[in-house]
Design a protein around this ligand. Structure first.
Ligand SMILES: [Zn+2]
Length: 62
């Protein structure tokens, strides 16, 4: 279900993310609040998506 004005559900806190408040790691489809990435850099889902983005960056350099 998609709500008008919302970018998705935050993979960190599972609350809806309003458009303009979202953050996605490069190449990732997982949606976060920009503030959750900032406040909880060590949360499992933030670390997982950051790690995947780093792997993609390394792979694209090769
Ligand atoms: Zn959040």
């Amino acid at each position: 279900m998609k709500h008008e004005g919302y970018a998705g559900i935050c993979a960190c806190c599972f609350e809806p993310v309003r458009q303009g408040e979202e953050y996605r790691f490069p190449g990732s489809s997982a949606t976060f609040h920009a503030r959750c990435v900032e406040l909880y850099p060590n949360s499992y889902s933030v670390k997982k998506e950051r790690h995947k983005a780093e792997l993609r960056a390394i792979a694209s350099v090769k």
